[in-house]
Design a binder for this molecule. Structure first.
Ligand code: ZN
Length: 321
């Protein structure tokens, strides 16, 4: 069903987690390393190459996007490729968010080193120092590495200038129509949840493009998700998400090769282009969407009536089921 003239559009945010290539937690340390690297270290070659390509696509299509920066990555980009950094910072359609300092596994789920309050604050302080020096501003949006928002993070984030988190994954339904809501963990923080929907066969699909880039889904699956949400949750925000490195290397760090990378880039570009051409779908950054939809209205009241909201910390980007 196409939306009527007065119907709100579905807002689509293209979000990019800019972090180390094929990153993963390592046991006994809080920071991320690149899969397949020995000795264990974080590499950024694929990230920077993928970012350069993505920025060109976004400029060509004149689409807004949010970059959630791992601060270590931003720092390395500033020293290794200042021109690329300038390109990102000079694009007025881009919003810049935070994604940890060294891509910490704050919950310690895989690293087995959960970060308590003091350590969480130390990490956010180190990240803020990088943002102050490289971005010369503090990000308002945060996405937790591995989408694992801990209570300590939720408590600490507002003091560092963050206004919203975009880490939790939820299923749309009666109690959530893709609208912003205040976090139960800390009502000072807005939550813009990632969506876990279902495809035409009823199988789970996430706005994270992980499965697309791993070759397990097609562009049409995501267009269908967007269209079905446009009809079911007008005025809501659907976030698409990816990692720049994932255009070039697989989740295990193996390179796709020039042909495989070209296919993936074409898929992402086609998805953005086709989504932007659809009636009733409008691109926005999460921050811009939040500013115009956070009047404390719809979602807050709905949440109060519906009792406790489920805050489902299911991992998003990592390995969708
Ligand atoms: Zn990440």
């Amino acid at each position: 069903m196409a939306p009527g003239p007065e119907r709100d559009p579905l807002y689509l945010a293209f979000t990019v987690d800019v972090d180390a290539d094929a990153n993963r937690p390592a046991r006994g340390r809080p920071d991320a390393v690149t899969a397949g690297r020995a000795p264990q270290e974080a590499a950024y070659d694929a990230c920077f190459e993928g970012l350069e390509t993505l920025l060109r696509v976004l400029e060509r299509l004149s689409l807004p996007a949010a970059l959630f920066w791992e601060a270590r990555c931003l720092d390395r980009l500033a020293s290794r490729n200042p021109d690329l950094l300038a390109q990102a910072l000079e694009n007025p359609l881009l919003e810049h968010g935070g994604h940890g300092w060294r891509h910490e596994d704050f919950a310690g789920k895989q690293s087995e080193v959960p970060l308590g309050r003091d350590e969480t604050e130390r990490v956010l302080t180190r990240a803020a120092q990088v943002f102050d020096s490289v971005l010369q501003s503090r990000p308002h949006g945060f996405r937790a590495p591995y989408c694992r928002l801990t209570p300590e993070l939720a408590q600490a984030l507002p003091a560092y200038g963050y206004l919203y988190d975009a880490s939790l994954a939820r299923r749309p339904g009666e109690d959530w129509q893709l609208r912003p809501y205040r976090l139960e963990l800390n009502p000072a923080l807005w939550e813009l949840s990632l969506c876990r929907g279902t495809d035409r066969q009823g199988r789970p699909i996430s706005g994270y493009l992980w499965q697309l880039l791993e070759g397990r889904r097609q562009v049409g699956d995501y267009l269908h998700l967007a269209e079905s949400l446009r009809d079911r949750a007008p005025g809501g925000l659907l976030q698409l998400a990816l990692h720049p490195w994932h255009l070039l290397v697989a989740e295990d760090g193996a390179p796709f090769g020039p042909e495989g990378a070209a296919v993936r880039l074409r898929q992402v570009e086609a998805l953005l282009q086709r989504a932007a051409a659809k009636a009733g779908i409008e691109f926005a950054t999460p921050g811009a969407y939040l500013w115009s939809h956070s009047n404390g209205d719809a979602e807050d009241r709905r949440g109060a009536k519906g009792g406790r909201r489920r805050e489902d910390g299911t991992a998003c980007g990592g390995r969708p089921r």
